[in-house]
Write a protein that binds this ligand. Structure first.
Ligand SMILES: NC(=O)c1ccc[n+]([C@@H]2O[C@H](COP(=O)([O-])OP(=O)(O)OC[C@H]3O[C@@H](n4cnc5c(N)ncnc54)[C@H](O)[C@@H]3O)[C@@H](O)[C@H]2O)c1
Length: 252
């Protein structure tokens, strides 16, 4: 795998016990990185940090609501003050909601966009400024297959739109920041074996699996592997790109 010796990584939303963010944080730690874990769930962030420290790496828990732009600026500053720099940002914090357009309210749309799109912007902007000063940076966003195929699993149309917005933003960002040594890529997971998957009734779960050529949900580690690749030095010539991790459910 890739080495992150001497690298400093900030992951948002990595406090969730069974989530993609924590698993990704632990893979970064195993690969030699020190990490800052920023989450609305501070106890969760602290738990992730304890696991990182058990792997012999440094870890900084940050209580952060990504919908708050000033708090995001402060969080990035705290990372730089603590570790001296920021090399990698993983925009992982996200929320979803299963609701039809007919039942969707404008408040639903705002809530989903505030976390999944504005939250990405709020932390990306100060992170990019810190990375630009040193002429190096890697940003990886957690988008979704829903952004490309128009939902169809758990999220509503607002979730699809916010996650598609993340992809458009990353492409534009890439044009603006490529000459500063900063890349910005995304992963688009399909159905991943997290807690929400296990809550589905068997009949519904079987129906979803029927449409996945690989014949099973993805594992969190399979998402983490793609994130580490895009965050590695070796991926220096890839920017504004997306990796689909969906077992063939959607191909483009
Ligand atoms: N699980 C899947 O199948 C799947 C598929 C496609 C995309 N994704 C995306 O991957 C990411 C991680 O998904 P997951 O299933 O591991 O999620 P999760 O629910 O396990 O974890 C999300 C984390 O984000 C944090 N969070 C929520 N709102 C926040 C805010 N305002 N500020 C800071 N932190 C906040 C939560 O506290 C939580 O720790 C999300 O962006 C999600 O949309 C997940």
């Amino acid at each position: 795998m890739f080495t992150f010796d001497g690298r400093v990584v900030l992951i948002t939303g990595a406090g969730s016990e069974k989530g993609i963010g924590r698993a990704t944080a632990l893979e970064f730690a195993k690969a030699g990185a020190d990490l800052a874990i920023a989450d609305l769930d501070f106890a969760g962030a602290q738990n992730t940090c304890a696991l990182i420290e058990e792997l012999g790496r440094k870890a900084l828990p940050i209580h952060l609501d990504v919908t708050d732009p000033e708090a995001c600026e402060k969080a990035v500053q705290e990372v730089v003050d603590t570790f001296g720099k920021l090399d990698v940002l993983v925009n992982n914090a996200g929320i979803s909601q299963k609701v039809t357009i007919a039942d969707m309210t404008i408040q639903d749309v705002e809530r989903i966009f505030k976390v999944n799109f504005y939250g990405m912007f709020n932390i990306t902007k100060p992170a990019a400024a810190a990375m630009k000063e040193r002429g190096y940076g890697r940003i990886v966003n957690l988008s979704s297959v829903s952004a490309k195929r128009g939902g169809g699993i758990f999220g509503g149309a607002h979730y699809s739109a916010a996650k598609a917005g993340d992809l458009g933003f990353a492409k534009n960002f890439s044009r603006e920041y490529a000459m500063h040594g900063i890349t910005n890529n995304s992963v688009c997971p399909g159905l991943i074996n997290t807690d929400i998957w296990k809550t589905l009734p068997k009949e519904q779960a079987d129906k979803i699996i029927e449409n996945i050529p690989v014949g099973r949900p993805g594992e969190i580690k399979e998402v983490a592997a793609a994130i580490l690749f895009l965050a590695s030095e070796e991926a220096s010539y890839i920017t504004g790109e997306e990796i689909d991790i969906n077992g063939g459910m959607h191909m483009d």
